[in-house]
Design a protein around this ligand. Structure first.
Ligand code: AMP
Length: 424
């Protein structure tokens, strides 16, 4: 079976690496991919927003399944176009991708389906939004409705901060994504990521993870796309997993089907485990990055079988198997990230890092320049390892980090600290 993977980050490298292991896979294409993905797939230059070009490529190369990594092509309707052309795709339609594309859409669905989430209201103008924030008091959370490159959420500690965030949204700080604002109650608890795979009617749990969003050790400094992650999330006991499926995931899948927008693909639920139990912070409609990297390290089943079953509506009765060992990934980023950083700096030592037991370096933002591997983004490498404990996975990952020769990169030195504290 030939497969086309859309995307170019560490998430897609992990997906390509896992797909490559499937005995059913013939050719794997990746568009546009990166040098790491190039080790397990043929890289093709295809614009994922040029739907006729993607369809033409699939027809010419007998592609049976298209796997879409990032959210933007999903929100733009790539899966709709492929399905209309009779090509199977893993990922939600444009309408179903609203679960990530519009926070207001998801909040309304939670109300409709009785899904536990923070109390909220939606606004299209600043004055009533400011008044509502004043009425509720701080701390309070202000969110641009649309996709704002992970920057549209402000957890405001003071009313002044909340009002400033509301004004910034309506003044166009996030463009069209901020034309509507959701204001919600601030939840208190520990966060965890929960992944489920859905085929439109059935959802099956994948695994749990936790990530580190802040750039600095001790979870300090500005927010990033994620500086590291580990799976499973120790806080997610089987009882909490069962409750998440029963109270959040299954009602979502049922409500989406009832709305005429059946959800197919990965539902990535950002949860807050509060005193009451799991509450939904937000949905993403694709694998998390870097959470996908730790999930793929632990997946013992054939990923291609699972993705194909989801695309074909055959998930019922499928139970993916996972390695017991935890996995942990350390993100190596270009110095300066998440602010300004340099591109094009040379990277060595990846082979040596990969050679450690239970270790894999996924490429997130790399390129080849005159045959030399160079940094080509903010987050550049995901150094990932399995271990008998999170502490061991962490030790192995940092051992591999030490083997990488990239003077212009940096990483946090404490990925996994919360889970490791629980282990001792
Ligand atoms: P989001 O982009 O919706 O995941 O929000 C980014 C981060 O903001 C989350 O990972 C949480 O840390 C925080 N956050 C969002 N909504 C809430 C909330 N209602 N209460 C507390 N923290 C929140």
């Amino acid at each position: 079976m030939n497969v086309l993977l859309i995307g170019s980050g560490g998430r897609e490298h992990a997906l390509a690496w896992a797909l490559r292991k499937s005995p059913r896979l013939d050719r794997l294409f990746a568009a546009p991919g990166n040098p790491g993905i190039g080790e397990c797939a043929s890289l093709v230059e295809l614009d994922p927003y040029d739907f006729p070009a993607v369809i033409g490529f699939c027809r010419k190369n007998a592609v049976r399944l298209v796997v879409v990594g990032p959210e933007a092509p999903l929100v733009a309707g790539l899966v709709d176009a492929l399905e209309k052309a009779g090509i199977k795709a893993f990922g939600p339609t444009q309408q179903a991708a609203q679960l990530e594309g519009s926070k207001g859409y998801t909040k309304d669905l939670c109300t409709e389906a009785g899904i536990p989430t923070a109390a909220y209201r939606r606004f299209t103008e600043a004055a009533p939004a400011r008044a509502y924030a004043s009425e509720m008091g701080a701390p309070i959370v202000v969110k641009a409705d649309g996709i704002a490159a992970g920057k549209g959420v402000v957890v405001a500690e003071t009313l002044d901060e909340a009002h400033a965030a509301i004004d910034a949204c309506f003044d166009g700080a996030f463009g069209a994504a901020g034309a509507e604002v959701v204001i919600e109650e601030c939840l208190v608890g520990e966060e965890a990521s929960f992944f489920a795979i859905c085929d439109g009617k059935t959802a099956i749990p994948l695994a749990t993870a936790q990530d580190h969003k802040r750039v600095g050790d001790g979870d300090t400094g500005p927010n990033t796309g994620g500086m590291g992650a580990y799976s499973p999330a120790p806080i997610m006991t089987q009882a909490l997993i069962d409750r998440t499926m029963a109270e959040i995931i299954n009602p979502t899948v049922a409500a989406m089907a009832a709305r005429g927008a059946p959800f197919k693909g990965v539902l990535y639920a950002g949860l807050m485990i509060t005193r009451k139990g799991p509450e939904l912070i937000e949905y993403n409609v694709r694998f998390g990055d870097p959470e996908c990297q730790v999930l793929m390290m632990r997946l013992a089943s054939d990923l291609l079988e699972i993705l194909l079953a989801a695309a074909e509506g055959r998930l019922e009765g499928i139970a993916p198997e996972w390695r017991e060992e935890p996995a942990l990934t350390v993100v190596m980023a270009a110095k300066g990230y998440p602010g300004n950083y340099e591109k094009g700096t040379p990277i060595g030592g990846i082979e040596a890092a990969d050679a450690f037991i239970g270790t894999k370096v996924f490429h997130a933002g790399t390129a080849l320049k005159d045959g030399v591997l160079v940094a080509n983004g903010g987050r550049v490498l995901n150094v990932t390892a399995l271990g008998a404990t999170v502490a061991e996975a962490q030790k192995r990952a940092y051992q591999a980090v030490a083997a990488i020769d990239w003077p212009d990169g940096f990483c946090r030195s404490d990925i996994g600290w919360r889970a490791i504290t629980r282990e001792v």
